[in-house]
Write a protein that binds this ligand. Sequence first.
Ligand code: PGA
Length: 251
Amino acid sequence: MKKREVHIVGNWKMNQSLHEISQFFIEMTKMKMELKCKAWIAPQAIHIPILKEMAFTTGSIYIGAQNCSQFDSGAYTGEISPASLADLGVEFVIIGHSERRAIFGETDEVLNQKLLACLKHNLKVIFCVGETLEERQNNQTFKVVEKQLLEGLKNLPQDKAHLLMIAYEPVWAIGTGKVATAEEAEEVHAFIRSQLAYHKDSTIILYGGSVKPDNIGSLLQKDNIDGALVGGASLKPQDFKQLCTSASVLM
Ligand code: PGA
C-alpha cells in the first residue's frame, strides 16, 4: 500500500492529431479500466477542450495544461492565460518542464511567477525540477534541485501549498531511454520532500524520464515516489493503460 495516492500523468508534448486523440479515447473506453490511481493527461493547449469532453465520457481522466503565462490577461500575443485555463475547468498545469527551461529560456524567476499565477486561480501545479547529465556527473544534483526549489517555490502561500506537486525529472533521462534507477530517483525524492516548507508528508512527488510499463513497477516500490510524469509511453492507449494498471495494483 502506498502512503499517498499514485498519480500517472501523461505529458503529450507537441504530439497527437485529432484522429489519434479520438482513437486513444475509443481504445481507453473499450479497455474499461478499473482505475484506483489518478490518471491525468496534459495535451497541447489547443486540444484541451476536446480532451475534456472525451475524458468526461471515459470518466476518471483529468485534463491539464503543459504550460501557461505568468500574466492573467493583456497584450501577450500567443500566450495561454491561467485565468482562462481555470475558466475552462482545467485541473492542473505543468510548470518548469526542462524543455521549457532549456528551449524557451524560462528562468527560475519566471517559473516562480507562473506558479503563483496558477495558484491564485486554484489550479493544481506540477512543478518540475531536475539536473542535466553534466551536473549529475559533477555531483551537483542536490545543489541544482535545491536552487530550483528555493527560487521556484519562493513566496508559496501556505493556504495554497496543498495544490502543489513536484516532478523530479533528471534531464538526462527525458526521452533518452535512460531511466534513473529506483535508488537514484528515491534519493532525490527524499531530498525534495525534506526541502518542502509545507505538507512534507502529503505532497505528491512524481518521477519523470523514460518511464515505461516495464520499469514503473520498481520506481513505484520506493517510499517517496508517488507516481510518474510520462512522455513517450503515454501516447499509446495500451501503454498508458498498463502504466495505470501497475499503479492501481499498489493502491
Ligand atoms: P519521457 O518524457 O517519458 O518521454 O522521457 C518525460 C517528460 O518529459 O515529462
